[in-house]
Design a protein around this ligand. Structure first.
Ligand code: GDP
Ligand code: IMO
Ligand code: MG
Length: 443
């Protein structure tokens, strides 16, 4: 009965909108990886919310939210987000649970990231500068600090000693003005006092929720092609954004995952550096960027834009075991005469239909396009599948055929209401199953 929402391209596919849409069917929404590098936009009746670290389900009263052990948390960024939401009338209160195993991001992580990016020169990743990568490096390097460690306020305890060692490594790496570990320790202890009420065992919490028949929505951040293992390495983020991250990042078993919904834009974007086979340079790219308002929700950076890449999405279907797709931003393609769609890559004499692992090969690939007719009647705001122009339906049909999975949702605008729930799709089945389960458990 649970459902996972996963980005099937390079992030910013519209996961926030879809999570918000599906949240009424869940009582818990859980993030399992990433951190405040994410920017998930939810638009409800003219009000826009951008969630970074908090699961997007927090906007729904009564829904509880989990930040799993696989997430890296910048306490100050979390407080800012909670305070901003409070100012918008959304109270987090006791609805949040942060895994005691989640690692924290501290200021030295951002400093080290700036150093690493500048050293890379033209090989820089183009990160979000949030300290995400260095925090995961500390985790894997077994010198990270977890939420559970923050309770130790003494100057000769384990927390102080870890901060001291990490600050000393930072000072050695950066030179220049040294950071003061004591000042940081005091800041961390103050933050720990505010965090304490939210920290607990998320795995136990979720296990009890499953036993009680509650429905959980797993909210992915970033996207499949930004995954540390399956993405366009090294131009990726530092976590597993793909489905496997749910088990490791929350402490749940694979059977807890339920259905897996992949979110795709009706075209492709990426922010930061790295390969993007269908990228459009010049006017066409600028036009997509402007029509789609393709500027980062976290950093404001312009997103690189290109045509829909079926090789990428088929890859995402495979590595995540996607059951269905939600296609967003169909309206952005309104008014085009013709819409190219990439069905394979030309590599020398060969035609590749599987996404290559080698970055050298990928750099040499040229997209092979099929061209579909555009539509003149706008799809913006259309809420019934039957009301879509036949050419738009044909375009979606081609996406389905090339991906091998059905489309469950089509989004035609940023607002919650501008959505088509495709009949007999995953969402219908999911709602029907829940209704049946509720009947069966009724006295
Ligand atoms: P996320 O990171 O996957 O949650 O996506 P972002 O929020 O970073 O970026 C998606 C952007 O597209 C946001 O500005 C959304 O408001 C917007 N959006 C989502 N769905 C649609 C849609 O169907 N049409 C249009 N025009 N905008 C959309
Ligand atoms: P959501 O959840 C798009 C990109 C960065 C950079 C790379 C590594 O909103 O889809 P990092 O700071 O994570 O070390 O940066 O990953 N990136 C995203 N791109 N959407 C995101 O999140 C992203 N989070 C990170 O631009 O290329
Ligand atoms: Mg985003």
């Amino acid at each position: 009965m649970n459902i996972a929402v996963i980005g099937a391209q390079w992030g910013d596919e519209g996961k926030g909108k879809i999570v918000d849409l599906l949240t009424p069917n869940a009582s818990i929404v859980a993030r399992y990886q990433g951190g405040h590098n994410a920017g998930h936009t939810v638009r409800v009746g003219g009000t826009e919310f951008i969630l970074h670290l908090l699961p997007s389900g927090i906007l729904h009263p009564g829904v509880r939210c989990v930040i799993g052990n696989g997430v890296v948390i910048d306490p100050q960024a979390l407080f800012t987000e909670i305070d901003t939401l409070a100012a918008q009338g959304i109270e987090v209160g006791g609805r949040l649970l942060i895994s005691d195993r989640a690692h924290v991001i501290l200021p030295y992580h951002r400093d080290l990231e700036a150093l690493s990016e500048s050293r890379r020169g033209d090989q820089r990743i183009g990160t979000t500068s949030r300290g995400i990568g260095p925090s995961y490096e500390d985790k894997v390097g077994r010198r990270g600090i977890r939420a559970a460690d923050l309770a130790d306020g003494s100057e000769d305890g384990a927390l102080a000693s870890a901060i001291r060692a990490n600050v000393s490594a930072r000072n050695e790496a950066l030179g220049g003005a040294a950071a003061d570990w004591r000042a940081l320790h005091a800041d961390v202890c103050a933050a720990a006092r505010r965090l304490a009420g939210w920290v607990g065992d998320a795995s136990v919490f979720l296990a009890r929720a499953f036993e009680a028949g509650e429905c959980v929505l797993f909210e992915g951040a970033q996207g499949t092609l930004l995954d540390i293992d399956h993405g366009t390495y090294p131009f990726v983020t530092s976590s597993n954004a793909t489905v496997g991250g749910i088990c490791t990042g929350l402490g749940v078993g694979p059977r807890a995952i339920g259905s897996v919904l992949g979110i795709v834009k009706a075209y492709t974007t990426r922010v930061g550096e790295g390969p993007l086979p269908t990228e459009l340079h010049g006017d066409e790219g600028d036009q997509l960027r402007e029509s789609g308002r393709e500027y980062g929700a976290s950093t404001g950076r312009p997103r690189r834009c290109g045509w829909y890449d079926a090789v990428v999405v088929r890859y995402a279907v495979r590595v995540n075991g996607l059951d269905a797709l939600a296609v967003t931003k169909l309206d952005v393609l309104d008014g085009l005469d013709e819409i190219p769609l990439c069905t394979g890559y030309r590599h020398g004499e060969r035609l590749l239909t599987e996404f290559p692992g080698s970055r050298t090969v990928l750099a040499e690939c040229r997209p092979v396009y099929e061209r579909l007719p555009g539509w003149s009647r706008p799809t913006a705001g259309v809420r019934r599948y039957e009301d879509l122009p036949p050419e738009a339906r044909a375009y979606l049909g081609r996406i389905e055929a090339l991906s091998g999975v059905p489309i469950a949702i089509v989004s035609t605008g940023s607002d919650r209401a501008d959505t088509i729930l495709v009949r007999d799709g995953l969402v219908d089945r999911w709602q029907a199953e829940r209704a049946l389960a509720a009947q069966e458990s009724a006295p």
